[in-house]
Design a protein around this ligand. Structure first.
Ligand code: CAA
Length: 398
């Protein structure tokens, strides 16, 4: 039987970031609190031109170019986002044109806080497994601009970026294991964003507990399913988590290890071996909500795909509100050589550091960014950018 999973991946990030040490100095906080305490070194900052559609389109275009994918073979395109640009028209509809996808293609947007990308991924896997795909491939793009109020505890856990994934039969990177997963859901008020604001509202410490409770529930379900399938979770050699900030993934892993009966020293050693490499890219980008788990996966692949060929890894997706899923996949033979070709980290090198006054000016301008007057001046030649609004219609450079 053919395997199904993630064939290729690519990321896009805004062209600028803030050093968390600079932000700490401006907020009168010891830099250690943000850098070691939260585990974040830099956070991406999106200008109005770098909206979730532009980030998604740039990630997908990079995916098509680096992995040599024919857009004509895409039969399903899902955009996972919790920072959509319209209450009705989905990000995926813009992508359909910007990417030149076929008219015979199902497109939609999936929202459940940071879980929207995983909802898209699981839908794509089921679409292929059911036979509906008839040989076609699915494009899943996770895209978000994470914003909390300036000067709030959430401010150092912002970020922006997109991760595009091609889902297909006989994937070149990661074969997923449909059916072997654990789900968990509960109506909680940990993090949300009322329709009238672009900034998230969060009950920060409660949200950490909600994440850990959801992880425990989903992991128990995964263990039951994996036992039925005849393997033990000990066969997971690496584990990727949703990463609102790096320290959260460390707390998450410690929690899982406790559930496995390990002591603190064993949990910390296991974190270094199983989790740390997946946090390298997130520590340079910050929270990208729906894409955070897949940025961690990208980071792991970039660092270790060759060594991990044939090995099984665990993945945990959390969406506030809340819903969660623990699932697993096997890194494919040849993934190492393919990853080298994809140049996954390249977009991170092409950025500049904003000063705190520059960052704050970008944020103030961004509060009215959805009414940006149309202008061809954007400074992003060669990539897709939001140009502004013309007669209530959003316009993008192509
Ligand atoms: N040097 C080193 N470490 C320091 C330090 C210093 N000088 N000062 C403090 N620290 C450590 C603290 O000990 C703490 O570490 P532990 O958690 O291991 O104890 C860490 O820095 C953070 O300190 P505080 O808890 O005091 O920080 P805070 O109260 O200001 O805010 C936060 C932390 C609640 C996470 C806040 O940043 C926030 O609300 N973020 C947004 C919400 C969020 O990301 N929640 C995650 C779960 S929900 C989710 O995952 C969905 C999603 O994407 C949003």
């Amino acid at each position: 039987m053919a395997t199904i999973g993630i064939d290729a991946v690519a990321i896009a990030v805004p062209k600028g970031y803030v050093e968390l040490a600079d932000l700490a100095a401006a907020r009168g906080v010891p830099p250690g609190k943000y850098v070691e305490g939260l585990g974040v070194t830099r956070m991406s900052v999106a200008r109005a031109h770098e909206d979730p559609v532009a980030l998604a389109a740039n990630a997908a275009r990079r995916l098509f170019a680096t992995a040599e994918i024919d857009p004509g073979r895409i039969g399903l395109c899902v955009a996972g986002t919790e920072t959509a640009v319209d209450h009705s028209k989905p990000v995926a509809a813009y992508l359909h044109r910007l990417l030149g996808l076929p008219e015979r293609c199902r497109v939609f947007e999936a929202k459940h806080a940071c879980f929207g990308g995983t909802a898209g991924l699981l839908a794509a896997i089921d679409w292929i497994a059911s036979g509906s795909a008839r040989g076609r491939q699915a494009l899943v793009v996770c895209t978000d601009v994470a914003r909390y109020a300036l000067n709030s505890p959430g401010e150092p856990t912002q970020g922006a970026g997109a991760v595009a994934m091609l889902i297909s039969e006989n994937p070149r990177l990661l074969a997923l294991e449909p059916g072997i997963s654990g789900s968990y859901s509960k109506d909680v008020n940990d993090f949300w964003r009322p329709l009238y604001t672009k900034e998230a509202v969060v009950d920060g410490h409660h949200s950490v507990q909600c994440y850990l409770d959801a992880l425990a529930g989903a992991y128990e379900g995964f263990k039951d399913a994996s036992r039925e399938a005849g393997y033990h979770p000990d066969s997971l050699v690496r584990r990727c988590y949703h990463v609102p900030y790096g320290k959260m993934a460390k707390k998450a892993h410690r929690h899982v290890m406790q559930l496995e009966g390990k002591n603190e020293a064993q949990a910390d050693a296991s974190y270094v071996e199983q989790v740390a490499t997946s946090l390298r890219m997130p520590s340079q980008v910050g929270n990208i909500y729906t894409g955070s788990l897949y940025l961690a996966l990208t980071s792991l692949l970039e660092a270790e795909a060759s060594e991990l060929e044939g090995k099984r890894i665990g993945l945990f997706s959390y969406g506030s509100g809340c819903t969660a899923e623990y699932f697993a996949g096997r890194i494919q033979a040849g993934a190492g050589a393919f990853v080298a070709k994809l140049q996954l980290a390249e977009p991170l090198a092409d950025r500049r550091c904003y000063t705190i006054p520059e960052y704050e000016a970008i944020r103030h301008a961004d509060s009215d960014g959805d009414r940006l007057p149309l202008s061809a001046e954007h400074g992003y030649n060669g990539s897709v950018a939001f140009l502004g609004v013309d007669n209530e219609r959003r316009v993008y450079s192509n």
